[in-house]
Unconditional design. Structure first.
Length: 286
């Protein structure tokens, strides 16, 4: 698809201005989506804040963002092409599904089980990174009515990725200064297979739990599990992440790496993020 140079330059300048305008992440995602669409057409999109300490998605932004709860399971629990975290570590943090699969998208489980039933035929994934720090990401989706994303479009989005990273970074830090009183990293809790025991918990999770339960949870205490479930719609963009792992992890492991999430836990958090955005009006145009 031929790209209009003047339109591309205008969109690039507009997105640069947006990323340095002090917008919150929801407005930034929506406004950037509109500007980007004028140069790189797409039918649907989703944009996300990312916790830079754990590479976990912490919000869902976009009026047309897919809501299938299988998506986070596939993102964190299975091998597939173009995972956000993988692209954040790649030399070029942007790729398209058909490019990554060599023109055979059916080799991707995400395509087979989520995208194809939605009549989506290609997907461009972008991770927004500054240096080695991962601040946000987005996916653009095209139906069969449009040609696949081409090399020119991928390169255009890749050139914008550091700019968008700066915008999402500024938005996240500004929001954290206003509402987040936890300064010791992401709140992550790892449960056993049936969700009845806490195997590991980060200091930030302890502090968050203490705010509602009035008791500091400790690893292995089954009584904390109901309190964790009660926080599924916590307004801090679903900071809780319940995980299942086949072996107990140490606290250092819990902070430094992700465990494979349980299907129910991933769905629980994905739905909570969407419910929070619908309830507060976040992710919708004013």
């Amino acid at each position: 698809m031929r790209m209009d140079a003047q339109r591309a330059r205008r969109a690039r300048n507009q997105i640069f201005q947006l990323c340095h305008s002090g917008l919150d992440s929801n407005r930034l995602g929506l406004e950037a989506e509109g500007r980007l669409r004028t140069v790189v057409p797409f039918d649907r999109s989703c944009w996300h804040n990312v916790d830079p300490g754990s590479s976990m998605l912490t919000s869902v932004i976009g009026e047309t963002a897919p809501t299938d709860p299988l998506l986070p399971v596939l993102e964190y629990g299975t091998a597939d092409v173009n995972h956000y975290a993988d692209l954040a570590r790649a030399r070029v943090p942007v790729s398209a599904l058909r490019v990554a699969t060599g023109g055979m998208p059916a080799t991707s489980r995400r395509y087979r089980e989520v995208l194809q039933p939605m009549r989506i035929e290609d997907e461009l994934t972008a991770s927004f990174v500054i240096g080695r720090t991962f601040w946000g990401c987005a996916r653009l989706y095209r139906s069969g009515r449009c040609p696949p994303f081409d090399a020119v479009e991928i390169a255009f989005v890749a050139a914008l990725a550091p700019v968008l990273a700066e915008g999402f970074r500024s938005a996240l830090l500004a929001q954290s200064a206003l509402v987040n009183d936890v300064t010791d990293g992401p709140g992550v809790v790892i449960l056993n297979k049936d969700g009845s025991l806490v195997e590991s918990i980060t200091p930030a999770a302890c502090a968050l739990a203490a705010g509602s339960d009035r008791r500091r949870p400790s690893a292995g205490r089954a009584a904390t599990a109901p309190a964790l479930r009660d926080r599924r719609s916590h307004p801090r963009n679903c900071e809780w992440r319940r995980h299942r792992t086949d072996r107990a992890l140490s606290r250092a492991d819990a902070i430094g790496r992700l465990a494979r999430p349980a299907r129910s836990a991933a769905r629980h958090c994905w739905e909570a993020m969407h419910q929070h955005h619908r309830r507060t009006g976040a992710g919708r145009r004013a």
